[in-house]
Design a protein around this ligand. Structure first.
Ligand code: ADP
Length: 786
C-alpha cells in the first residue's frame, strides 16, 4: 500500500507520494524527520490543490493514502484512502443493524463519531507532518507501479484532446436571484479555477469507500479534502444510522437518504413491494419474484414449494448482502438453511438469453429529492453476463458461473472475458446502449422494454417513499442535504418482461476497464451536476456550531455575494398561508378539478420548489427524469399519503408540457421580483387564501382548518374561473410588488449584476452541460459580482 504526506512550509506545500511497489521490490526509505521509517519510494510534488496534483500525476488517485496540511495555517489535516480493491457493490453493513424487530437502520458511522474515532490518528499524522523538515531532494526509483501490475485506473484510449477543453466552474441558474451550482466534468476537460476566496470553500469529506471515479470528478472541479466536521460540502461514503444525518448542515450533502435500506435490503424491498402488490394487484406490481423471508415465512414457503412442483427452482440469499455472497440456487427442501435468516425467492428459470448466456442489467437510478420526489435514470448502464452457457438441467443448479451474473462471481472463471469498449458486444460485460443496439438488430422493441424498466423503477422507489420521507423529515435539516444513487439489478425473462432482483444502495463505481470509466464517469459527472452543489456562505462554515436559522433570521438574511448558497431557497419554514395551502390540497388530492387550481396562486415557497425542479432538470445530462413527468401523476395513487410538493410539481409539468419556456418565463419574472426569497411575502398576488375565503385576513398568522370537500369544490371552481383565463392566472404579469426587505433589494441588485454581466459578455458564459438550457458562469462573472 502507498501513502502520501505533505508538509506546509509557510510558502508552498509539498506533497510526498509513496508508492507501493509490490512484494520483493527493493526500495529505500526516505527520511522524513525521523518520523517515517517505513520503506517506500517517494515522489514530491509542489501542489496547491487536487487539480494541480492531478495535472502533475494523473495516476495519483491510485495511491492509497494522502495526508496533508492545507495551505491556510490552522486548516485541518485531511486523509484520503483509495478505492476498495474490488469491482462490485458495497454491502454497507446493512445486515448488522437491520435485524427483524429493530428499527432497521443500517449500520454505519455517524459523521461525528467516525471523525472523532479517527481524529487521534489524524492528529498524530498532522504532528508528524508539521515536525517534518522541508525536503529538498527527491529520490525516485523507476519501478513498476501498481497500475502496471494490475490496471485499476486507466487513461482513455479514445481521443483526449492534447489540450483539454476548458470549462467554467459554475453553472448559472435559469432564474435570477438563484445562485449558480458547482460544475463537474469528465476526463478530457479542464475546469477553470474560481478565485481563491471561493475555491478554498470547495472541500470534500473523504470516506474509505469513496470511489476513484468520484475522486477524479472532484479533482477536476478543484475540491480539496477535509477531515473537519463542518467545512465539507459533500461526502460519498457508507450509509449510516439515521441519527447521524442530524449532524449534516444545511450546505452539506451526503449520498444517502436515511432509511433507504427500505429498498436496499432484499427482505425490506420484498415487504414494501408486496404491500403494494396486495393493494394494487399483480398486474401493476408483479415485477418482483415471489419471496419468503425466513424463518417467519417458513410455512408459507412450504405451501408455495408444494404448489410449484418438483421442477421449480428456488434461490436462497442473505437478506442484506451483495456480490453474490451466500447465494445458492436450490431444488430440494432440505437445502433450505434453518440456522440463519435468509430469503428464499422463486428462481426465474427462463431468462432472455444472448448467445445462450444469461445476463442481468445494472440500471443507475438517481433520486435527488424525496419530497418533491425526483427520480432520474441514466441512459446507459451495464449488461453483465454469466460466464457459462445457460441450461435448465437440474444437475447444473450448483453452477454459479451459469446461474449468477455478478462480476465478483464470474471473474473467478478462467473463461471470463472483459470488454473495454462500451460500443462493442463482446466479452462478459456490455454497455447498455450496446445491448439495446444488439437487441434491436434481433427485432426486439427495446423502447417498450425501456419503458417497462422505467415503470418498475418508479414503482420501486415509490414503495418505500413513506418511511424514507418520515426519516428524512425527522433527521435532516433540509432536502438539500441528502441524495442517493441506486443500482437496480434487472433481469429480462424470455418474454422480455423486466424483473427487479435487488436495489443496491452502494452500487459499485469501481472502474477496471475503459468501458467502466466511460459509462460510470459520465454518470457521476451528470449526477454531480444534477445534485447542484453550492458554494456555502463562508460565515456558516466558520461558525462550527451553527444551528438551523429561525424564521426571523431568514427574513433578515442575505448572502454575502450572488454565487454562494442562499439559505432562504431551502428553508422548510412556511408562511401561514403556505401551510394552509398545503393542507387544503392534500385533503383534496383526489379531486382533479380542485387540484387544477393549485397553480392559480404561486406562493414564494411554490416558486422555490418549481424553480429548483426546472433548474435541476436542465443539468441532467444523459439522465432521463422519470418522475415527475407529464404522465407520472398515475404513480401518486401508490403513495401512502399525498404530498403537497408532488401535487404542485405534477400539475406544473402537465400544464406546461410542451411549453416549458412559457413556464420558465413566468417563474423568471417572479424571481426577478425577488418573490422566491420572501418569507412571508407582502405581495398579495403570491399570498394564498382558500377559494371560500376561510383565511379572512391575508397574512393572518393563524392557520385555519380547511372547509369540507363539497362546499369547497364549488368555491374552488369559482375561484379558478375568476382567477384564470385559459392559461393560469399567473400567466399575466402581476403588478410590481414593493420589495419588503432592504436585503432583498440588495440581493436582487447583485443578481442582476451577475446575469447582466453574463449576458453582456458572452465569452464569459458557456454552456458546458449537454442541455442547451443550462448556462455556466465562469470565474470572471463570479468575481465581478463580489
Ligand atoms: P447480490 O446482491 O448478492 O448480487 P442478487 O439478488 O443480485 O444478489 O443476485 C445475484 C445474481 O443471482 C443476480 O445477478 C442474478 O444473476 C441471479 N438471481 C438473483 N435472483 C434471481 C432470481 N430470482 N431468478 C433468477 N436469477 C436470480
Amino acid at each position: 500500500m502507498g501513502c502520501k504526506q505533505s508538509v506546509f512550509n509557510g510558502h508552498s506545500e509539498k506533497l510526498f507520494v509513496k508508492r507501493h511497489l509490490g512484494p520483493g521490490v527493493q526500495v529505500s526509505p526516505l527520511d522524513l524527520g525521523g518520523k517515517d521509517s517505513s520503506k517506500g519510494v517517494w515522489d514530491v510534488f509542489e501542489v496547491l490543490s487536487f487539480h494541480e496534483l492531478y495535472d502533475a500525476n494523473p495516476d495519483w488517485m491510485n495511491m492509497t493514502q494522502i495526508s496533508w496540511r492545507e495551505r491556510q495555517p490552522g486548516d485541518g489535516e485531511a486523509s484520503l484512502n483509495d478505492d476498495l480493491d474490488d469491482d462490485d457493490d458495497g454491502i454497507d453493513n446493512l445486515d448488522e443493524d437491520c435485524i427483524e424487530g429493530s428499527d432497521g437502520e443500517s449500520d454505519g458511522y455517524s459523521i461525528t463519531s467516525s471523525l472523532s474515532r479517527r481524529s487521534s490518528s489524524a492528529r498524530s499524522r498532522a504532528k508528524s507532518a508539521s515536525a517534518t523538515r522541508p525536503v529538498t531532494a527527491v529520490r525516485q526509483v523507476a519501478t513498476p507501479s501498481d497500475d502496471e501490475v494490475r490496471p485499476r485506473t486507466l487513461r482513455p484510449a479514445t481521443a483526449v484532446p492534447a489540450k483539454p477543453a476548458v470549462r467554467p466552474p459554475l453553472t448559472q441558474s435559469l432564474f435570477p436571484n438563484i445562485p449558480p451550482t458547482i460544475h463537474f466534468e469528465t476526463e478530457g476537460f479542464k475546469i477553470e479555477q474560481l478565485p481563491w476566496d471561493l475555491r478554498k470553500l470547495l472541500k470534500w469529506r473523504m470516506s474509505p469507500i469513496t470511489p476513484n471515479i468520484v475522486k477524479h470528478t472532484l479533482a477536476r472541479s478543484h475540491f480539496r479534502i477535509t477531515k473537519r466536521n463542518h467545512d465539507w460540502l459533500g461526502c460519498w461514503g457508507k450509509h449510516m444510522k439515521s441519527q447521524g444525518f442530524k449532524s449534516i448542515r444545511e450546505y452539506q450533502k451526503l449520498n444517502h437518504f436515511p432509511g433507504s435500506f427500505q429498498i436496499g435490503r432484499k427482505d425490506r424491498l420484498w415487504r414494501n413491494l408486496s404491500k403494494l402488490q396486495v393493494q394494487n394487484g399483480k398486474k401493476e406490481f408483479g415485477f418482483f419474484p415471489q419471496t419468503f423471508v425466513l424463518p417467519s415465512d417458513l410455512k408459507l414457503l412450504k405451501r408455495a414449494w408444494e404448489d410449484g412442483g418438483p421442477k421449480q427452482k428456488w434461490i436462497v440469499k442473505p437478506p442484506a448482502s451483495a456480490r453474490g455472497i451466500g447465494i445458492k440456487v436450490i431444488n430440494k427442501w432440505t437445502q433450505i438453511p434453518r440456522k440463519r435468516p435468509v430469503i428464499v425467492q422463486k428462481y426465474l428459470g427462463r431468462p432472455y438469453l444472448i448467445n445462450d448466456s444469461k445476463f442481468d442489467m445494472r440500471i443507475y437510478v438517481y433520486v435527488s429529492s424525496y419530497d418533491p420526489l425526483r427520480i432520474y435514470i441514466f441512459e446507459d448502464g451495464l449488461a453483465r453476463f454469466a460466464s457459462m452457457k445457460y441450461s435448465t438441467a437440474m444437475k447444473n443448479v450448483n453452477n454459479k458461473f451459469m446461474h449468477l451474473t455478478n462480476y465478483s462471481v464470474n471473474k473467478k472463471n478462467s473463461e471470463y472475458q472483459s470488454n473495454g469498449d462500451e460500443a462493442l458486444c463482446q466479452g462478459h460485460k456490455w454497455g447498455l446502449k450496446a445491448l439495446w443496439n444488439y437487441m434491436k438488430r434481433q427485432g426486439v422493441n427495446t423502447t417498450q422494454v425501456w419503458e417497462n424498466i422505467k415503470d418498475l423503477v418508479v414503482k420501486t422507489i415509490v414503495c418505500a417513499e413513506s418511511p424514507i420521507n418520515s426519516m428524512i423529515k425527522s433527521n435532516c435539516r433540509s432536502r438539500y442535504c441528502v441524495h442517493e444513487l441506486f443500482g437496480f439489478d434487472v433481469l429480462l425473462d424470455e418474454n422480455l418482461k423486466p424483473w427487479i432482483l435487488e436495489v443496491n444502495i452502494s452500487p459499485s463505481l469501481h472502474s477496471n476497464s475503459q468501458l467502466d470509466i466511460n459509462i460510470k464517469g459520465q454518470m457521476i459527472r451528470d449526477l454531480m451536476n444534477i445534485a447542484g452543489f453550492r458554494i456555502p456562505d463562508k460565515a456558516d462554515v466558520l461558525h462550527s456550531n451553527s444551528v438551523a436559522p429561525s424564521a426571523t433570521e431568514f427574513s433578515s438574511y442575505y448572502p454575502p455575494n450572488d454565487v454562494c448558497m442562499d439559505k432562504r431557497l431551502f428553508t422548510s419554514i412556511l408562511a401561514p398561508d403556505e401551510r394552509a395551502k398545503h393542507a387544503y390540497y392534500c385533503q383534496r388530492h383526489q379531486d382533479e378539478q380542485v387540484l387544477q387550481t393549485i397553480l392559480d396562486v404561486l406562493t414564494p415557497d411554490d416558486i422555490r420548489v418549481l424553480t429548483e425542479c426546472i433548474d435541476e432538470d436542465s443539468r441532467k445530462g444523459s439522465f432521463q427524469r422519470v418522475f415527475p413527468t407529464p404522465s407520472s401523476h398515475r404513480y401518486l395513487r401508490y403513495m401512502e399519503a399525498p404530498r403537497y410538493y408532488n401535487l404542485l410539481v405534477s400539475q406544473w409539468v402537465q400544464r406546461f408540457n410542451r411549453m416549458e419556456q412559457k413556464g420558465i418565463a413566468l417563474l423568471e419574472q417572479f424571481c426577478d421580483e425577488g418573490i422566491n426569497l420572501q418569507n412571508p411575502t407582502e405581495d398579495q398576488n403570491h399570498q394564498w387564501c382558500p377559494p371560500n375565503g376561510l383565511l379572512s385576513h391575508r397574512g393572518d398568522n393563524r392557520t385555519h382548518s380547511a372547509p369540507n370537500k363539497h362546499q369547497d369544490k364549488e368555491s374552488a371552481m369559482k375561484h379558478s374561473q375568476s382567477t384564470s383565463s385559459g392559461l393560469p392566472k399567473m400567466g399575466k404579469k402581476p403588478p410590481k410588488a414593493p420589495v419588503p426587505h432592504a436585503s432583498h433589494a440588495h440581493h436582487s441588485g447583485t443578481a442582476r449584476t451577475i446575469s447582466q454581466c453574463s449576458s453582456a459578455s458572452s465569452s464569459l458564459v458557456s454552456a458546458p452541460s449537454p442541455t442547451p438550457s443550462s448556462q455556466t458562469v465562469n470565474k470572471s462573472a463570479a468575481s465581478s459580482s463580489r
